[in-house]
Design a protein around this ligand. Structure first.
Ligand code: NAD
Length: 479
């Protein structure tokens, strides 16, 4: 495959590709230019029904396929992603506007996830429980839960569908996937790769279209036994409630609003440098993106100076161009949402610092921005910006900092920087988040569990915990 190949967009239903010819279509927009890249077919109700039929029909065959054989296919997918890394990276950059070096990292992470789940497929161990009388054999088995509905957002177009599809396949489940309409190319290319490596027809189906109609129809179907959703808290609550009508197993990976505690004993300039990289990666469109920077009074001015200087050095532009450190936002809607949060800060007379505004034109650009001396009432301190906005606030005592860190109902990622080991231990225990990261910004890896608390959802992806979303426990007792 050549680097410039954008796939012909299609749905995958029961091994068949459904293109744009006989379907209504949606426009896929290049966020760097605002121009149309391609048209995406929208699933009809018949397509949705056929996808569920196919996943249900393929289930018993795939569940009975030996784990070592399933693992072999998943490993081959990992190899395929690595071999074709440049092409996948380019598709991510084209659809999402993620700078190419970051897109290459996304492909490598996705490959690592396929590899990890291939390995986990072979380790779905059960247990023997000693009996109360001789001759009794009591087993605990982990069995595949059934066909899974996997819904992904646009901000990591290869990683998120990969986590869900590879986990489900590893556990012996089949899948109806709905990826984001804004960024379809990586999912389409991934499904083509699954076909190539021999994943049976119907084991993984891919839909795009009207998210409300597709979700309602798939979730109504009792043959679908699990829902794994990544996206906003608002939609997550709607889909969880719907899934409960047929008592599906549910995993919710939802929004966050990560606090970062910076104590004055930390290396303030070094932390600020790391913070700029972490904050503006993927233009801040990451659920674990550090957002509320709570800095101890004594270090606040130095932190602000170093942070704004680092931010000013970022070059914003078309993600495919060399030396661009931040691309456009994913859509015009995101630019409006960010501008609203910045306007709110200005209306409260808070100081606002902005970096490079980008090339302008019809692309969806927004300058990296910091609100300095942010107060808890500012909208940005309460609503997830999901974009290139940092809020810098002062704190006096550790107790105050912890209270602010834990103030919101979400709890996905939380970070802290301190050289004091006792304080680090206190903060790690006291922060109410699914992922607490001390003295660095790496919130997740294929081998570590990832998930949130409260309004950030429940259940884990990754780590040895990841496959539990796709299994059910069976107890067998035999005399
Ligand atoms: P979203 O909830 O709007 O969309 C997510 C998915 O749901 C998409 O596939 C979309 O088409 C579909 N969808 C949207 N509205 C729907 C509806 N009414 N019924 C059924 N399906 C619907 O989220 P988004 O804006 O695409 O993504 C951003 C959000 O995702 C942020 O809140 C971010 O923090 C969160 N996120 C969480 C994680 C995590 O692992 N916790 C990872 C990435 C993103």
């Amino acid at each position: 495959m050549t680097v410039s190949q954008y796939p012909e967009l299609c749905l995958f239903v029961g091994g068949a590709r459904i293109g744009t010819r006989a379907r209504q279509t949606i426009s896929v927009i290049d966020p760097a230019t605002g121009a149309e890249t391609a048209r995406l077919p929208m699933a009809t109700s018949e397509d949705v029904g056929a996808a569920v039929d196919a996943a249900a029909a393929a289930f018993s065959g795939w569940a009975e396929t030996a784990p070592i054989e399933r693992a072999g296919m998943l490993d081959t997918v990992a190899d395929g992603l690595r071999t074709d890394s440049e092409r996948f990276a380019r598709l991510i950059a084209d659809d999402l506007g993620k700078p190419l070096p970051e897109a290459r990292t996304e492909v490598e992470t996705a490959a690592g996830i396929w590899q990890w789940n291939a390995e986990e497929a072979r380790r779905l161990y059960g247990r023997l429980i000693p009996g109360r009388s001789p001759g009794i054999n009591q087993q605990v088995r982990q069995e595949p839960v059934g066909p899974v509905f996997a819904v992904s957002p646009w901000n990591a177009p290869l990683i998120t569908p990969s986590r869900k599809i590879s986990g489900a396949l590893a556990a012996g489940c089949t899948v109806v996937a709905k990826s984001a309409e804004e960024t379809p190319a990586a999912s389409v290319a991934l499904l083509a790769l699954l076909e190539e490596v021999g994943v049976p027809a119907g084991a993984v189906n891919l839909l795009f279209g009207d998210p409300v109609l597709i979700s309602a129809q798939v979730l109504d179907d009792p043959r679908i036994r699990a829902l794994t959703f990544t996206g906003s808290t608002r939609v997550g609550k709607i889909l969880s409630a719907h899934a409960m009508k047929t008592l599906k197993k549910v995993t919710m990976e939802l929004g966050g609003h990560a606090p970062v505690l910076v104590f004055a004993d930390a290396d303030i300039e070094a932390v600020a440098g790391m913070a700029v990289k972490a904050k503006f990666r993927n233009a801040g469109q990451i659920c674990t993106s550090p957002t509320r920077f709570l800095v101890e009074e004594a270090g606040f001015d130095r932190f602000t100076e170093a942070f704004t200087a680092g931010m000013a050095a970022l070059k914003v532009g078309d993600s495919r161009a060399a030396e661009v450190s931040m691309g456009p936002l994913a859509s015009a809607v995101r630019v409006t949402a960010l501008s609203g949060l910045v306007e709110d800060a200005r209306s409260r007379r808070l100081r606002v610092a902005c970096g490079d505004a980008g090339p302008g034109g019809s692309g969806f650009y927004h300058a990296p921005t910091a609100v300095i001396g942010a107060t808890p009432e500012a909208r940005g301190m309460n609503e997830e910006p999901f974009g290139p906005l940092a809020l810098l606030a002062r704190f006096g005592t550790e107790e105050e900092a912890m209270a602010e860190a834990n103030r919101l109902p979400v709890g996905l990622a939380a970070y802290a920087f301190t050289e004091n080991a006792r304080r680090a231990a206190r903060v790690a225990s006291g922060m109410r988040a699914g992922n607490v990261i001390i003295n660095h910004f790496q919130a997740s890896l294929p081998e570590t569990p990832f998930g949130g608390l409260g309004d950030s959802g429940f259940g884990s992806e990754g780590g040895v915990e990841g496959l539990q979303a796709f299994t059910t426990v069976k107890y067998v007792s035999q005399v």
